[in-house]
Design a protein around this ligand. Sequence first.
Ligand code: SF4
Length: 242
Amino acid sequence: MSNDFGAGMRTWVNNLDTLGSDAMDSEGNVIPFDRSLIYPYAFRHSFAQRHADAGTPLDVLRDLMDHDDPKTTMGYYRVSLERKRKAVKTLSLMVADRHGTATPCSPTAYEQRSVGVPFGCCTEPTNVKAGGHACPIRFQCSGCGFYRPDPSYLPAIEDHANSLRADREKARAMDAAGFVIDNLTAQINSYEEVAATMRERMAALLKDDRAELEEAAAVLRRVRAGGDHKLLPLTVAAKNGA
Ligand code: SF4
């Protein structure tokens, strides 16, 4: 995007006589939109957000945005409460334990009796109360009875298993004690078991159910990633003298 285009747009925006937001004040008057939030890139965010709110599937939106990686597309929008609730409902049925064995729960339990930790949900009460910052065993989740991953965590689980493998290589090169290597190996094996079992369960789903699950998983990953963007208004703008 050239600087000339940005400067031209700024001039155009500044010359608009009125520019209302989607919000109204207590007397029913349209609140002016903050013009500083209008710049060329903001249109891409608004485009993505409006599609996401309308339920456009992630892979379709990725194509519309001309992205290679859906993660890039996910950076362009935030998730509505309604979509998040639907995703939680879908994922709560696919919750597993540390072996990958199905332990479905209610959406309420998913949200209120667990906390998201890097590789899955945690149901250990002290840690839940502390918002996930008080793990008593240093986040060795794959060896913990309170670990409750679901498919939305699969990429994180597989990334973590890879980084544990890299750590194990470093430990070997450092001539680390056997118990260090053994601990890393046990964690790698456990995460592999969880991931493989979850992938098998997903593969056994009907095609439409699997697509719904993958969409829900993408939604929850987007929620965890956070981020917010101000939507550009859809209201009519008027130019001075027009
Ligand atoms: S190791 Fe157990 S207690 Fe700690 S965060 Fe993981 S699941 Fe929770």
